[in-house]
Structure formats: C-alpha cells, structure tokens
Design a protein around this ligand. Structure first.
Ligand code: IMP
Length: 177
C-alpha cells in the first residue's frame, strides 16, 4: 500500500517498534493477571481491534475476548462525551477482571463514559490499557494502567486509527499533516 497518496504522513512508530512494545505490554499484563481469576479483554470497536488482536497473542494466560461498539452522537468526534452503545458485551463481567483495550485516549471522554458504564456491572477489577495516550488533550482525568506510547497533541493514523475510515490498516503509526 502507498502511504500518503492524498495526505502527507510522517511515520512516528514503525511496525517493529509497535510489535516490540506490544510484546512488552503482553508480558506485563501476563505477569499482573497470572493466577488472578477470570480475565475479560474488552476491545472497543472499531479502532482497537488491531491492537487487541496483537496484544492478545502475547498473553500467556487464559482470557475471554469480547467487544463493545460505541459511536458518538451525530457521528462527530465525541466532543461532548455523549456516547451511544451500538454493540454491548456478550459476557457477564460481574466478579471478573476486566481489561478495557483502547486505541487512543485523547480527551478521555469516551473512556470516562465506558468506564462508568462498566463499573455499574460490578467487575472484580477494571483497568485500562491503551495503545496510545495523548495526555495534553485530556478533558477528564482517566487512570491509564497500561500504555503503549505517549504522544503530544497530533492527529495520528494507522494500527487501527483512521481518518474518515482510511489508514486503519497501516502497520505503522503516522502523524497526518
Ligand atoms: P476521546 O477524545 O479520548 O474520547 O477519544 C475518542 C476516540 O476518538 C478514540 O477512541 C479514537 O477512535 C478517536 N481519536 C482520538 N484522537 C484520534 C487521533 O489522533 N487519530 C484517530 N482517531 C482519534
């Protein structure tokens, strides 16, 4: 695939860098959850699917992979934090360890909503693992337990992140100019 046919893309993380970091996260999560009871990985559709697949392959503990679909009202970015659930979990998470997998924590509004929603279902624990974190853009404070890479205020694409549905399938993360 050609990068940046229409947009100018600047590669920030290569495929190798991403895979190495995901392997480290997998090791850390494996260590933290070994022997800790049932683990449910909740991947937030659609951006985190690529990350969830790669990360889950690095776990050496049993888990259930489940999905939650969300969309912001009006299709605009979740600037008001009003989120609609388009697909709910298939699993009952009560008394289980839940690890929420996100592509990116930007304003934090989406995760804040999701976290509060999942908390009401009485999980044994609820942690957040995000591939990318942009703390400079945060509006609500979100506890991030595991993070792949921290970035300054940029618009990034690739490895699941899109720009009008494009560039999700890039194996690199790039800044869109
Ligand atoms: P929030 O601002 O933390 O609520 O982020 C909401 C969602 O917006 C994320 O899960 C991403 O899907 C999307 N998003 C935020 N920043 C970016 C970006 O830089 N590139 C692509 N998608 C983004």
């Amino acid at each position: 695939m050609k990068y940046g046919e229409e947009h100018h893309l600047k590669v920030l993380f290569t495929r190798e860098q991403i895979q190495a970091r995901v392997a480290q996260l997998g090791e850390a999560i494996t260590g933290d959850y070994r022997g800790a009871g049932e683990l449910i990985l909740v991947a937030v559709l659609r951006g985190s699917v690529y990350f969830a697949v790669d990360l889950s392959r690095r776990l050496e503990i049993p888990f259930v992979l489940d999905f939650m679909g969300i969309s912001s009202y009006g299709g605009v970015s979740a600037s008001h934090g009003i989120v609609r659930i388009t697909k709910d979990l298939d699993s009952n998470i009560a008394h289980k360890n839940v690890l929420l997998l996100e592509d990116i924590v930007d304003t934090g509004l989406t995760l804040n909503y999701l976290r509060r929603n999942l908390q009401t279902r009485n999980p044994a624990s609820l942690r957040i693992c995000t591939f990318l974190d942009m703390p400079a853009r945060r509006i609500v404070n979100i506890p991030v337990d595991y993070c792949g890479f921290t970035l300054p205020d940029l618009y990034v694409v690739g490895y699941g992140l899109d720009h009008h549905e494009r560039y999700r399938n890039l194996e690199v993360v790039a800044a869109l100019k």
